[in-house]
Design a protein around this ligand. Structure first.
Ligand SMILES: *Cc1c(COP(=O)(O)O)cnc(C)c1O
Length: 431
């Protein structure tokens, strides 16, 4: 199977971490998000241990909250000793409610409002990843009012377009995020930051994109960023301590995606960074990375119940399910690939090629096209694999569809981490 936490049991059912998914569908209802708690912990440990070992003491991964955000996730990653990044005051609120140690949090966002900045400072968020000059001015002012010095990492764009989809590559010069090195504006901004009171410039951040399968894209970014750190040292006499390389490695969603060994890639990247630092005659900074999907994606499976199979004579077949773009908008947004099977007949040979359609009033509400399946019948359980990232966190109430629950699978059992939304929840703010 795609990942080693997936298997087919003696009943011919799909199992996640050894737990029968069809039984879970009957017990909790569908649509249903399942997550394998041990897999999240395992992925976190791989990054934590490898970054410490190959990039030095202090180097560490920050969990990218946007990939999956609810209270239980924060307690799991806090228990593993992992730090986190937050991109909005809403994520900050949830981390805080979960008791996450916010001194280990990094506050992102390309447009933090004054309220956001004050809220983060008053909550004790340790680090800000600042995007622009106006924001830096506001951080300086509000830190001054509070009599604190706020640690800040500056978001820069290294001008790299990794071999990935255009919509999720964000390190290019023409981007809404950060400040470009190439145009000289980054150096200007650094000089400006160094004049600001109540702000301590810790380092620089870049994020070159997502679904990166080998470390060479990261070492290209590291090359540009380390040169910039050296240039700042030479021009400003100021040595920054931290280099944050942004989002993590890719994830195997379908059989044709490569297998990726995170530890080996972190080792390779660490060696490249050491080589570059030696060439540039500088000390290796603390390295941060911000993996999201590679921590949670392969822990997740979404279960649906099949409603109908419609074959349009001379065209194609549609399999309709009881969820759709409201719990997984990624095919509608990016045509993302997913692996799909019938959980209650997991080992059966496919005899139908079909489009999997959601229940929203949108022709574009599809989960995947050209999926090979044993011909489903109403009541079958359909499983979409590797949905732990950017599914629950991107879910919506479009068409007033309640969001599914998140059930964690652990030690052969299961527990509810997020309840299913009710119809009452759908109008709780309506006057
Ligand atoms: C999206 C994003 C991440 C996480 O990316 P993954 O592909 O989920 O690892 C990290 N940092 C930043 C700045 C991002 O925009």
């Amino acid at each position: 199977m795609l990942h080693n936490n997936l298997s087919i049991n003696e009943k011919n059912h799909l199992a996640l971490a050894g737990v029968d998914t069809v039984e879970l569908a009957h017990r909790y209802g569908t649509p249903l998000f399942l997550m394998d708690e041990e897999r999240i912990r395992y992925n976190a440990r791989v990054y934590i241990n490898a970054m410490k070992k190959y990039m030095g003491e202090g180097s560490k991964p920050l969990f990218a909250s946007k990939s999956c955000c609810f209270k239980r996730i924060y307690s799991i990653i806090a228990e593993e000793g992992m730090s986190t990044d937050l991109v909005s005051p809403g994520e900050l609120y949830i981390a805080k409610e979960a008791g996450f140690p916010l001194e280990n949090a990094y506050f992102h966002g390309n447009n933090k409002t004054d309220e956001d900045i004050c809220y983060a400072m008053d909550s004790g968020v340790g680090h800000f990843i600042a995007d622009n000059r106006e924001e830096l001015d506001a951080i300086s002012r509000f830190a001054g009012e509070r009599g604190i010095t706020q640690k800040v990492i500056l978001r820069l764009s290294p001008g790299i377009d990794p071999h990935t989809q255009a919509k999720i590559s964000t390190g290019k010069v023409d981007s809404k995020f950060g400040t470009a090195i190439e145009t000289g504006q980054a150096m200007e901004l650094v000089k400006y930051v160094l004049t600001l009171a109540n702000v301590e410039l810790e380092g620089f951040h870049c994020h070159i994109g997502s679904q990166i399968f080998e470390y060479s894209s990261f070492s290209d970014a590291a090359d540009i960023m380390l040169r910039f750190i050296r240039d700042v040292r030479d021009e400003c006499g100021y040595v920054v301590k931290v280099l944050n390389l942004g989002g993590g490695f890719g994830v195997r969603y379908v059989e044709s995606d490569p297998h990726i060994d995170y530890e080996a890639n972190i080792k390779g990247l660490g060696a490249e960074i050491d080589k570059l630092c030696a060439e540039l005659e500088m000390e290796r900074p603390i390295i941060l990375m911000e993996p999201g999907r590679s921590i949670v994606a392969d822990s997740g499976v979404t279960l649906y119940t099949v409603g109908s199979v419609k074959t349009i004579t001379g065209y194609k077949s549609y399999v309709s399910i009881d969820g759709g773009m409201t719990d997984n908008p990624r095919y509608a947004l990016y045509e993302s690939d997913y692996s799909i099977l019938l959980a209650n007949r997991a080992g059966d040979a496919p005899d139908l090629t079909a489009t999997i359609a959601g229940r929203c009033c949108e022709s574009g509400d599809l989960i995947q096209e050209d999926v090979a399946l044993p011909t489903p019948v109403r009541g079958d359980t359909l499983a979409v694999l590797v949905t732990g990232a950017y599914n629950y966190s991107m879910a919506s109430n479009y068409n007033r569809i309640p969001r599914p629950p998140v059930v964690m699978v652990k030690d052969g059992g299961s527990y509810v981490a997020v309840k299913r939304e009710t119809y009452e929840d759908l109008c709780r703010n309506d006057m």
